[in-house]
Write a protein that binds this ligand. Structure first.
Ligand code: ARG
Length: 560
């Protein structure tokens, strides 16, 4: 039973749909004022009246009923009071019966969202800098799915460019198939670095590299076979980490996939007079929009990063007919996205407005390490493994009797890494600290996981909730239930703002409300009604926290 919906439907306001009213309704932080509130300033523009006048008028027409037992106007807000006991029982029943579906909806039915994330580069190490795109993108993927959207997860592989010519040259000179298969990404890195050192003194190598890259593009079988080998090795290595992080993709169409799809775009740009020559190169002039030009073709006629993105955007629209197309890419590429979105708009693609660059901040380690440039690459796999290792120690100290220690350490360790990238607003830079992400106190994954484990232990000790009736309801109990019932709207907002951290924050808040309740209200009381009501709260919290964590890609543990 959705109380917001009941209120929205009862409030008939001319010129405003009940869906809109629904979206304006909020849960006031101070529940003394009311259980739900409508901020009338949101209606002022349409109704051309002051918020105070609107609130007063709406209050005078509103008829109370069994569910909504009071409506009053206060300072431009319309405050509603509900029958809290009835609401509590209804909410808990809903949660317990919906279980793993609790929080989901079908608002996305019939709409497709493309989410591009991770987008790794072939033959390059998968480092800590890839953490955010991978887990933010994957969380958005799961969030949209949970809301009923059709979602396409895309890994736009960096698999195009002269660097692959370089790799083939380096491979032929200094490596072999056996060495590459054995040494994996480390071997590919080694020969790539060696190429650059050698090319400094022997520029002929660069010409060779260009020649091989052309061969790849022309479909030469030997060059393509090697390229596919490098690709396979990269995807196998990265796949292990995707598995650990519960990350999946529906498409691995990378940059090279668009090799034969760029020409129509170039032709169209030319025929629409958008392409201008500049020092032999072809560009789209964006000076009217205060941006540097978007580079489409180099002077030698080869395509650029943006050219491939234009072709990819067009392909995605044609193939998936998206409602929205998201790009989870670091903020360093802000300009690139603004430029190529603008070019699409200039080409007359009205759907350019549906493309969103979901930008996020940087991750570094406490010792400052992170960048490839200084050669100090911190591999994501190493960070995850070290966190799992440390989680094992923490568990050993706190609760050595945990049944499946290995599985628990794995879940806690990976969960902590994922959580660290999803706990703050995504645009903030992150400094990763092993001790902090594994702490049981503060805004951490172990804190939330421990709360779930606490719920499990209560249910194990006192049993599953059965039928109950309540005559009393404390403020602490109601706070937990009110937070529980807000889950779906948090998910919807997270999807609208492309901000999974809202769900992380929600999980932290819910865990903290529950822990207050746990300290305040004894659950194992003799009164069967009270006991079962409190067990139902415990079970509902367990379900909701589990669902919230799963949306973030984090698995819960039974005990810890
Ligand atoms: N592979 C690129 C990089 O590592 C990121 C790709 C971003 N996505 C895109 N459609 N441009 O920088």
């Amino acid at each position: 039973m959705d109380y917001k919906k009941i209120i929205a439907e009862k409030l008939k306001i001319e010129g405003v749909s009940s869906e809109e009213i629904y979206s304006f309704l909020e849960v006031p932080p101070d529940k003394e004022m009311g259980d739900f509130a409508l901020p009338c300033f949101k209606l002022a523009k349409v109704l051309k009246k002051s918020p105070i006048a609107i609130a007063n008028e709406l209050a005078s027409f509103f008829t109370v009923d069994d569910n909504i037992c009071d409506c009053s106007a206060v300072n431009g807000y319309l405050n509603f009071k509900i029958d809290r006991k009835k609401f509590s029982i209804n909410s808990l029943n809903d949660i317990l019966s919906l279980n793993e579906k609790y929080g989901s909806s079908d608002i996305g039915k019939g709409k497709t969202v493309c989410v591009e994330y991770s987008s790794i580069n072939i033959a390059k190490p998968f480092h800590i800098g890839h953490l955010s795109t991978t887990v933010i993108g994957s969380a958005l993927y799961k969030i949209y799915k949970f809301l009923g959207y059709n979602v396409v997860g895309i890994n736009h592989l960096g698999d195009y460019g002269t660097q692959f010519g370089k790799l083939i040259v380096a491979f032929k000179l200094w490596s072999s198939e056996e060495q590459v298969i054995k040494g994996r990404l480390k071997e590919l890195s080694r020969i790539y670095v060696k190429f650059h050192e050698e090319a400094k003194v022997n520029p002929k190598l660069d010409d060779e590299a260009r020649r091989y890259f052309n061969l790849i593009e022309k479909g030469d079988s030997e060059s393509n076979r090697l390229f596919e080998l490098f690709k396979k090795i990269t995807l196998e290595e990265v796949g292990k980490i995707y598995d650990l992080l519960n990350v999946k993709f529906d498409s691995y169409a990378g940059e090279s996939f668009y090799t034969d799809k760029m020409q129509p775009i170039i032709d169209e740009l030319r025929s629409k007079n958008l392409l201008v020559e500049s020092d032999g190169a072809s560009i789209v002039d964006l000076s009217d929009y205060d941006m540097p030009p978007c580079l489409i073709l180099k002077s030698d006629g080869s395509s650029l990063y943006a050219t491939r993105d234009l072709a990819a955007a067009e392909y995605r629209k044609k193939t998936y007919d998206f409602y929205k197309s998201l790009y989870v890419v670091a903020y360093q590429q802000n300009l690139h996205f603004k430029q190529f979105f603008k070019v699409l708009e200039l080409m007359g693609r009205e759907w350019a407005k549906d493309m969103v660059h979901v930008a996020y901040g940087m991750v570094s380690l406490e010792d400052g390490a992170m960048s490839t440039r200084e050669g100090k690459v911190v591999l994501l796999e190493d960070v995850i493994n070290k966190t799992i290792e440390k989680a094992r120690e923490v568990i050993e100290n706190k609760n050595p009797n945990v049944i499946d220690k290995e599985k628990t350490a794995r879940a806690v360790g990976t969960g902590a890494v994922i959580f660290s990238a999803l706990v703050n607003n995504k645009i903030k830079d992150i400094v990763f600290s092993y001790d902090r992400v594994l702490s049981f106190e503060g805004e951490t994954c172990p804190y939330v996981l421990y709360t779930v484990a606490r719920c499990n232990s209560v249910l194990k000790k006192l049993g599953e909730p059965t039928e109950y009736n309540i005559s009393e309801l404390s403020g602490v109990e109601y706070n937990v239930i009110s937070t529980l019932s807000n889950f779906n709207s948090v998910i919807v907002t997270a999807s609208e703002k492309y901000e999974p951290s809202l769900i992380t924050r929600y999980a932290l808040d819910l865990a903290s409300e529950f822990n207050k309740f746990y300290i305040d209200c004894k659950i194992g009381v003799p009164d069967e009604n009270i006991k079962n009501f409190r067990l139902a709260i415990t079970k509902a919290v367990k379900i909701t926290l589990t669902n919230a964590l799963n949306l973030l890609g984090i698995e819960t543990v039974y005990e810890m």
